[in-house]
Design a binder for this molecule. Structure first.
Ligand code: AHR
Length: 533
C-alpha cells in the first residue's frame, strides 16, 4: 500500500501548495487526463480472446484430462481450467490450430470410434515423445468447453489438406437444426441436439507457410472457392482471411496488398483479416527467466511494434475497403523465446513466463484497447502450456502465470467504450544493444461503462516509481479502487513449487478534490476503477 506522504515525497514540485509537515509539496511525475467519449468505439470483449491448438501439452493435459482422470474435471475437461477461464470472462477460444488446423479432418474427432492420426507437431517432438493425435478432443468436447466457460467458438477450417466440401459439411454439422440435414442429425445422435451456432470461421491459417505455402494470389482464389457456397445456416458468419506474418521485418505488407488486389471485382466477403504478431526472440540468446535490464526492455519494446503493424495493415485495408467492413484480428500474439526451457519433453513450446511477460501483456492489451475501432478480435497464443501462456499444467499440477493476472485486471475494459487517455510525463531511458533509447514512462488505456471508468497503466521502469494525478476533462472522480501486479525481482514468475510469487494485490487510489492520486511502483501494472459525476 502506498501512503500519501510517500506519494508527496517522490513527486516533483506542485505550484504554490504547502502541506503541513511535508515541505515543499511536490507535484506528480505524470498527469493523466481522461476524456470519456460518447462516440468512442466499443472495445469488443473479443480482444481478450484465447488460442488453443493440438500442440504438445495444450489440449492433452492442459485442457483435456479425460473423463476417468483423477484430476478434477467436468466431462473430461480440467475443472481448474474451466473455473479460471470463466473467472476472467473468456470471450472466445480459437481452435483447433494454428498449423494443426490445416491437417485436421473434423470427422476424426466425432463419434465413439475415433482414429489415431498424424499431428503436424509430431515432427518437432523430441525423440521418444509420441504426439500422435488421439482425437479424444473433437468438436463436441470443444463446444462443451465453450459452453462451460461462456466463450464463443472460433474455428479454423482446413484449407491445405481439406476441401470446400469438408468445410461446408463442418458448418452444416455445427449450425444446422436437427431434423433439417443429415449432418445435423448425426450431431444430435452424438449428443448435441442444439446447434453449436458457430459464427467465427477462419478460412485457413498461415497459408503463406504451414497452411499450404501459397502465394497471396493462390490463397485468394482458394478463399473464394471456400466461401462462395458457404451454407447459410444461422448465425451469419464472420469469415476471417489469412493475413500477414506481422512480426517479419517488412511486416509482410506485400501479402495483404496482393491478397486484396486479387480479391478486387469478386463477391466473396472478407469480414476479418488475421494478423499474426509474435514478439519473436526465437533466434536470440534471450532466456525466459534469466535476463538483465536490457533484456527486460528489449522484450517490452519489441512487443509494442504490434501497434505499427496494425496501423500499416489497416491502411492497406482502407485502400481497398474505405467503409471498413473488414476488421483486423490479431489471432496469434505473444512473446516467443528460444527452445530449451520447456517444462517437459512432451510440452512443446511451453514457457515459464515472468513479470516481464506480464508487462508485455499489459502493453499489448492497452494497444488493442487504443485501436479498438480497427480490431474485431485478438487471441493470445496460447492459453496453456505453449508460448505466451496464462497457465502451466502437468498432471495434477497447475499454476497461473503472471499474464493471467493481467487479463483479470483488464476485465473492466471488455465491452466498454474507449475513452481518450492523455499521459503527460517525461520519457524514461532504456538500455538497448545500440545504447540508451527513450520510451514513454507510462503506457495505458482507459474506457468507460456509464459513469464507471477503467484505467490501466504500466510503469516499465526498473527503479523509479511514478506518481500520477488522474483527472477527468469534464466531471469529477468520486471514488476509486485498484489492483496491482508487481514484484521486486523483475525475473520472477510462478512455478508449480512456488505458485504465488507474482500475484495481485490491492492498490491505493487516493481520491480528493475530484481527482485520483496514485503512486505506481517500478516494474508494475495497475488497474484502477473509478466512479465519476
Ligand atoms: O502458435 C504456434 C504456431 O505459430 C501456430 O500453430 C502457427 O499458426 C504459428 O506459426
Amino acid at each position: 500500500m502506498i501512503d500519501r506522504r510517500s506519494f508527496l515525497r517522490t513527486s516533483a514540485i506542485v505550484s504554490g501548495a504547502v502541506l503541513a509537515g511535508v515541505a515543499p509539496v511536490r507535484a506528480a511525475d505524470a498527469e493523466i487526463e481522461i476524456t470519456p467519449r460518447e462516440d468512442g468505439p466499443g472495445i469488443s470483449a473479443h480482444l481478450y480472446g484465447q488460442f488453443i491448438e493440438h500442440l504438445g501439452g495444450v489440449i492433452y493435459d492442459g485442457i483435456w484430462v479425460g473423463k476417468d482422470s483423477k484430476i478434477p474435471n467436468v466431462g473430461g475437461i480440467r475443472k481448474q481450467f474451466i473455473d479460471d477461464m470463466a473467472r476472467i470472462g473468456v470471450p472466445n477460444f480459437r481452435w483447433p490450430g494454428g498449423c494443426f488446423a490445416d491437417g485436421y479432418h473434423w470427422r476424426d474427432g466425432i463419434g465413439t470410434k475415433r482414429p489415431r492420426t498424424y499431428n503436424y507437431w509430431q515432427a518437432s517432438a523430441p525423440a521418444g515423445v509420441d504426439l500422435t493425435e488421439s482425437n479424444n478432443f473433437g468438436i463436441h468436447e470443444f463446444m462443451h468447453l465453450c459452453r462451460a466457460t461462456g466463450a464463443q467458438p472460433y474455428l479454423a477450417a482446413n484449407m491445405a489438406s481439406g476441401s470446400p466440401q469438408e468445410f461446408h459439411d463442418w458448418v452444416t454439422y455445427c449450425n444446422a437444426q436437427a431434423g433439417t440435414a443429415s449432418l445435423a442429425d448425426e450431431r444430435a445422435a452424438n449428443g448435441d441436439r442444439e446447434p453449436f451456432g458457430v459464427k467465427y470461421w477462419g478460412v485457413g491459417n498461415e497459408s503463406w507457410g504451414c497452411g499450404g505455402d501459397m502465394t497471396p494470389q493462390e490463397y485468394a482464389t482458394l478463399y473464394r472457392k471456400f466461401v462462395t457456397q458457404y451454407p447459410a445456416y444461422a448465425p451469419k458468419p464472420f469469415l476471417v482471411a489469412v493475413g500477414p506474418r506481422g512480426h517479419q521485418k517488412d511486416m509482410d505488407i506485400g501479402w495483404t496488398n496482393s491478397f486484396f488486389e486479387a480479391m478486387q471485382g469478386h463477391r466473396s466477403p472478407v469480414d476479418g483479416l488475421s494478423i499474426h504478431f509474435y514478439t519473436d526472440f526465437r533466434n536470440t540468446a534471450e532466456k525466459i527467466a534469466t535476463f538483465n535490464a536490457q533484456g527486460w526492455f528489449d522484450v517490452i519494446r519489441e512487443g509494442t511494434r504490434v501497434e505499427e503493424v496494425m496501423k500499416q495493415h489497416w491502411g492497406i485495408v482502407e485502400k481497398f475497403d474505405p467503409s471498413h467492413h473488414t476488421r483486423l484480428i490479431v489471432d496469434e500474439w505473444g512473446v516467443w523465446y528460444k527452445k530449451g526451457e520447456e517444462i517437459g519433453a512432451h510440452y512443446l513450446l511451453s514457457q515459464p513466463l515472468t513479470l516481464r511477460d506480464a508487462v508485455h501483456t499489459a502493453y499489448t492489451l492497452d494497444i488493442f484497447n487504443r485501436h479498438a475501432e480497427k480490431l474485431a478480435m485478438a487471441n493470445v497464443a496460447q492459453t496453456v502450456n505453449c508460448i505466451h501462456s496464462l497457465f502451466l499444467a502437468e498432471g495434477d499440477k497447475f499454476v497461473r502465470l503472471p499474464p493471467y493476472y493481467v487479463f483479470e485486471m483488464y476485465r473492466g475494459h471488455m465491452g466498454a467504450r474507449q475513452a481518450n487517455l492523455q499521459i503527460r510525463c517525461e520519457d524514461l531511458t532504456a538500455p538497448t544493444a545500440n545504447g540508451p533509447a527513450t520510451m514513454a514512462r507510462l503506457s495505458g488505456s482507459a474506457s468507460t461503462k456509464g459513469k464507471s471508468l477503467t484505467v490501466t497503466l504500466a510503469n516499465p521502469s526498473l527503479d523509479s516509481p511514478c506518481s500520477a494525478v488522474v483527472k477527468l476533462s469534464i466531471g469529477s472522480i468520486t471514488e476509486g479502487r485498484g489492483q496491482i501486479l508487481t514484484h521486486e525481482d523483475m525475473t520472477r514468475g510462478n512455478t508449480f513449487a512456488h505458485p504465488n510469487e507474482v500475484k495481485l494485490a490491492p492498490f491505493a487510489v487516493d481520491v480528493r478534490a475530484g481527482r485520483a492520486e496514485i503512486l505506481i511502483p517500478p516494474r508494475a501494472i495497475v488497474a484502477i476503477e473509478l466512479k465519476s459525476v
